[in-house]
Design a protein around this ligand. Structure first.
Ligand code: ADP
Length: 186
């Protein structure tokens, strides 16, 4: 299984990615988690990414594509992977195709977790109280949703055109959403 997870911030991609990773026995690869770990660790990559993640803007493709290419080349990703948060614009989608072609493989599915913007905003503001993520402020959430609508949402049509899009309602109980995704994939 080689799949990507699409959906607005707050749709539950990270939560579902962890569950699907366990179910299918493949690594869940989150570009957001990789950036946050690097920011926390004070690495050069973290220093370069931080101004963008804090503002809710996309980290430049040159940086993002390089970390994904490197990660997909690691042995645990050979049997399969689930990408959470990548690709996030059409240029990254083209680059992902090139990476997979170099690895002699291709995508099996693009899973879109749908959720309306009012619901995800409420979820993110609630999460802010618990986790205190730097980009979970009302203003930055608005920017992230704008970036999603402008840059990432067009990818659903791109993958639908290739017959890879699997749309799943992200609202409701966490277990129920996981079950919906697994059912939709089979
Ligand atoms: P969310 O989906 O909740 O907005 P993520 O954890 O996926 O959060 O991403 C957090 C931030 O990391 C994004 O706002 C962006 O700055 C950066 N980021 C993550 N993935 C990418 C990507 N594929 N391209 C560019 N920037 C990214």
């Amino acid at each position: 299984m080689r799949a990507i997870l699409l959906g607005p911030p707050g749709a539950g991609k990270g939560t579902q990615a962890a569950r699907l990773s366990e179910h299918f026995g493949i690594p869940a690869i989150s570009t957001g988690d990789i950036f946050r770990a690097n920011i926390k660790g004070g690495t050069e990559l973290g220093k370069q990414a931080q101004e963008f993640t804090n503002a809710g803007q996309l980290v430049p493709d040159s940086l993002t594509n390089a970390i994904v290419r490197d990660r997909l080349g690691q042995p645990d990703a050979v049997p399969g992977f689930l990408l959470d948060g990548y690709p996030r614009n059409p240029e990254q989608a083209v680059e992902l195709d090139a990476m997979l072609a170099d690895l002699d493989t291709r995508l099996d599915a693009a899973i879109e977790l749908t959720a309306d913007f009012d619901e995800v905003t409420a979820r993110l503001l609630k999460r802010a109280e618990i986790e205190g993520r730097a980009d979970d402020t009302e203003e930055v959430i608005r920017t992230r949703l704008d970036v999603y609508a402008t840059s990432t949402a067009p990818l659903t049509a791109f993958y639908a055109g290739r017959g890879l899009l699997v749309q799943v309602d992200g609202l409701g109980d966490i277990d129920e959403v996981t079950a919906r995704i697994i059912a939709a994939l089979s």
